[in-house]
Design a protein around this ligand. Structure first.
Ligand code: LIP
Length: 295
């Protein structure tokens, strides 16, 4: 194995279409196998543990799904890095990269996004798999097992749902003004944070068509891409909640940014059709939606 410390890191622009296709196909394979596991082999009784709060749950199927996705991906590409929500491990120390000039690929995975929905067997839980190069998401796949849909995107190549191109509607038939916009959002697991987030929604709700709280960030972003909601915002998320869905929304023509404007950062996002993005971003700034994290 050569000395990879000298290996140049390719820019995102230099990634070959061949590599993007390989990564997309591998993410689809892993998502399909994880869908079969969590939906078709769902046990009658889930084992549930808690993380940050009593409502921040992880089930045995979250763990099994992540182990399966890790196995599918790293058995095909052992040189890659893998960061999963539940294992909390990052095999950066063992990721060696290729002998060739191929860039280091990091997989960012939420094995079940929308765990509460999954626990209650409510639609909306999903499997979110992203591949990153040089810190930028280049491939994103989000599987929606309850509806049998798979959303996907590769950087610069558009967004798709089950192979059908997705394009955010930006004409008036959906929403050209905020008061006709359907906006999705979500809440954290801390009661104090949820109370502050609810105050923002209380101010917002009279100024939009309606609010939807669907329970899973990755799919909320895919709904923006598919025009099922006109915008989505949320704070206090993990990188695995956002990585794949943000690329899919952006590749479908949505504007995706940090809730306070600027490039998106892990944890905080606003995504919307170009027709209403500026209005939504402005009202969120007016309501200090990005500062709810500070008690
Ligand atoms: C969920 C997010 C959702 C948020 C939930 C939760 P998890 O992720 O996808 O948008 O509102 O509170 O964080 O924990 O189910 O993977």
């Amino acid at each position: 194995m050569g000395d990879h410390s000298q290996r140049r890191s390719l820019t995102v622009q230099e990634i070959s279409q061949v590599l993007l296709t390989q990564l997309t196909d591998l993410a689809h394979e892993a998502a399909n196998q994880a869908t079969e596991l969590i939906r078709d082999r769902r046990p009658s009784q889930l084992q549930v543990d808690h993380k940050s709060t009593a409502t921040d749950m992880v089930t045995n199927m979250d763990l099994a799904s992540e182990a399966l996705i890790r196995e599918v991906i790293l058995s095909a590409r052992p040189q890659d890095r893998f960061i999963g929500e539940e294992s909390g491990t990052d095999n950066a120390a063992t990721a060696t990269g290729q002998e060739t000039d191929e860039p280091v690929v990091t997989w960012v995975v939420d094995p079940i996004d929308g765990t509460t929905n999954y626990l209650y067997d409510l639609p909306g839980y999903n499997i979110s798999i992203a591949a990153e190069v040089a810190g930028e998401t280049v491939v994103g796949v989000v599987a929606d097992p309850a509806h049998g849909r798979i959303y996907s995107a590769a950087i610069g190549s558009g967004a798709f749902c089950d192979g059908t191109p997705l394009r955010v509607p930006n004409e008036a038939h959906h929403a050209s003004s905020l008061d006709r916009a359907l906006i999705a959002t979500g809440f954290g697991y801390s009661p104090d944070l949820r109370a502050r987030q609810a105050l923002v929604v209380a101010e917002l709700i009279p100024r939009v068509r309606d609010i939807r709280r669907l329970g899973a960030a990755a799919l909320d972003l895919c709904h923006v891409a598919a025009g099922r909601v006109d915008g989505y915002f949320e704070v206090n998320l993990g990188p695995w909640d956002l990585a794949a869905g943000a690329l899919i929304a952006r590749e479908a023509g949505a504007i995706v940014a940090h809730i306070d404007g600027g490039p998106p950062l892990p944890g905080s996002v606003v995504a919307a059709s170009p027709a209403i993005y500026d209005q939504l971003q402005a009202i969120l700034a007016e309501l200090n939606a990005g500062s709810v994290l500070a008690p």
